[in-house]
Ligand binder design. Sequence first.
Ligand code: HEC
Ligand code: HEC
Length: 415
Amino acid sequence: MNKLFIYLLIIFCFIISPYSSAQQGDFVLAENCPPSFELTEQGVCRLLTRYQFYSSVQNKGLGGTRTNLPAHRDGFTPAQIDLGRYLFFDPALSKDGSISCASCHQPDKGFSDDLDRSIGITGKKVARSAPTLWNVAFVDKFFWDVRANSLEEQAMGPLFDPLEMANTPEQLLSTLRNNQDYQAMFAQAFPQQPTVELAQVYTALTAFQTSLISLNSRYDQYAHGYHQALTKNEIAGLNVFRSFVARCAECHQPPLFTNNEIAVIGAPEPAGRELDIGAEKTYNAPKLRGAFKVPTLRNITKSAPYMHSGRYDNLRDAVKFYNDGRGNSIPEGEEMLIHWHISEPNLTDDELDLIVEFLGTLTDESLTPQMPTKVPSGLPVIDEKFQLQQNQSLSSNQQVQMNQKKNNTAMQSGE
Ligand code: HEC
Ligand code: HEC
């Protein structure tokens, strides 16, 4: 009798199994960690890099070529990281479904965009340039003016800022709770919590962003001892970069090429824009007038334009700024306490070129995550604004060529 019951149960399970998996919908979350992460016995992903084999002075993760990294965020489950990936690319997170995080943090543009200042939901430019998200796992203060202390706190900024995604907590929750795919995905990523909550949205976005690791560039191979990874010029550029004349590495310290601090360097605003006081506002501290976060220079060739205001559209100009003299761009009548490592390096044109050449060795996009081909909301992953930005990024030259092409085809087809 008992046996018969068990047989019947097994048969019943077989019959319903295709239906129960169909209910999960088209979105199955990953069970493995992203590359460079190891799945622990507790089922979470731990970062593995060669830098972890080195020691570091005061455990700060700063200094020479072979030094350990500072504290970082990891320990998320594969499902949380993957859920974060879908959320990151889903325009449903914005008020009208028109932009996603990825609209301004595009994987092929160094997780930035190619605008001086990003364009939000209103079509207007926001106050600052979109920073890269590569290696944010190692960052402990967020935004150019370091006003957020965690990635979770940071996420509320763009989601609810009227100029960015302009959503409300209520609308965001109802969008996600009313979506069957998301319900199932959140249940898989957060099995202890029966309902979709905002905290989980922040956790998943954090989990995804902290998987964006870039530590295997040609520079890194060189740092680990493979001398041939860099050309003679690139090595010369590295030496100028870390010399006590240029002092770049005092703030952009290897291996992350940032010391995770803020500094007043006095980079100019674009013509016509008033001074951005930066961290003075965050800390209510006049001596921090114009202080900004020292950004990483990893994948820097991908994330032009540069500086908080996107003032420089190429790397050479951004680097040259440092050579134009201490405080060269302070507006008249302003007082700013320029950091003592900003000096008058008097580098030659060749030396500036060498630095730029060296910065090109910091490119490693090998762990770029797969962009989802579709997202649970069903909205297009590459949205209108994304394409608009793509068009804007075509140089006028390309535009001319395109128009010429159009004219030619028009002529050929006899129109
Ligand atoms: C409209 C464009 C836009 C959208 C959409 C957007 N961001 Fe940003 N992001 C920016 C800009 C601009 C900044 C810098 C703002 C500042 O510093 O004041 C920024 C800063 C950040 C930072 C801080 C990085 C650092 O190193 O300090 C993170 C992390 C981030 N965004 C993640 C996200 C996530 C996650 C989403 C989606 C929920 C998102 N962004 C949506 C433009 C955008
Ligand atoms: C005193 C610390 C300090 C020193 C020294 C320093 N920087 Fe910076 N760097 C910063 C800060 C802070 C910013 C952001 C400033 C802003 O946005 O207004 C920055 C921005 C940059 C950027 C733009 C990054 C981006 O994502 O937009 C580049 C490139 C750069 N620095 C290269 C260099 C080079 C090359 C040197 C040496 C010649 C150097 N830096 C020296 C602090 C420093």
